[in-house]
Design a protein around this ligand. Sequence first.
Ligand code: CA
Length: 365
Amino acid sequence: MHIEKVEAFHVDWGGSKSAWVRITTDNDEYGLGEASPMANGSASLEIIAGAFRPLLLQADPLAHRVLQDQLMHHHIKLGPEGAFAGALAAVDIALWDLKGKLLGQPIYKLLGGAWRTELPFYASIGNNGQRNVDEVCRVVESWLELQPAQIKIRFDGDKTQRDVDIAGDMAKARAVRKLVGDAFPLAFDANNGYSVQGAICVGRTLEELGYVWFEEPVQHYHMGSFEKVAATLDIAIAAGEQEYTLQGVQRLIEAGVDIVQPDIVKTGGFTGLGDMAALARAYGVDFVPHQTQPSIGHTANLHFVAGLTHSHHPCEYNDNSGRQNVVFKVPIQPSQGKFIVTDAPGLGLSVNEDELNRRIVPWRN
Ligand code: CA
């Protein structure tokens, strides 16, 4: 058995695009993977189609770790971060989906089994920097109808600006606390919006308000700033969605970050993320993967978290629009506050092939 075909393509959702890969064997089984969606994931598709495909064709589809190491080191100067790691991720997720289908097992079983197959989620609510206090409360209320285990308010401001509206941000944090009551778990995501002093000021308010974590308070590449903020505040500091390598995650942990959040579509898929989870376990910090993609990325993340050792935080759920459901026979959505991973092989996604094929825009195939 060998890899016969590697297709890199956009899926056109009408207004947005995803960067997916389909890897097919000589016995006609296939797996699907997804790359990080930044700028439509086009750079990752180019790396897969131009650089990775020649190395993958004819290879053993079960050799995911060997293949990842070969792809990475053969083309290391294209990376090792950003779109390059996203390309590695798409290939790895597709190989794990394929492996599960070939062996007739869901991915979480191949990873060592599930601690739980019903996974609570947290509502990850973006763009609150642009809303007023009332609008923030209304959008939080609408998400509460889905029974999330936690709410995270993200600010998603302009990353070239800092400390734009500290008083307004704290007012929103207070209003959301009042809305949900004292016991409900809340998280606050600054999306790199503060200086060290701004972050410490906001962080002290979040401590008073009993928030669970304070995410990306400062620029993600300023390890020294993370170090100062983490050393000063008691609230758990979270970061890692902009780290792509094992060494990058190690630097964050050594800077004092309490919760690391790498993303399966950005960090080498199950193989890359698994190494990072082991690293976090060695340091004794929490591992809560970042995830914003509604179908493949989300489902891959659920399988990963189902098998994640000593995990006690809910999974991220960001996009409840249902815009990608048309390609799946069973829509991917929570039921009574939980996502369920089934016994179906691989990712367990039941793809409507005709609909998917209609939406595929090939990348240099
Ligand atoms: Ca974030």
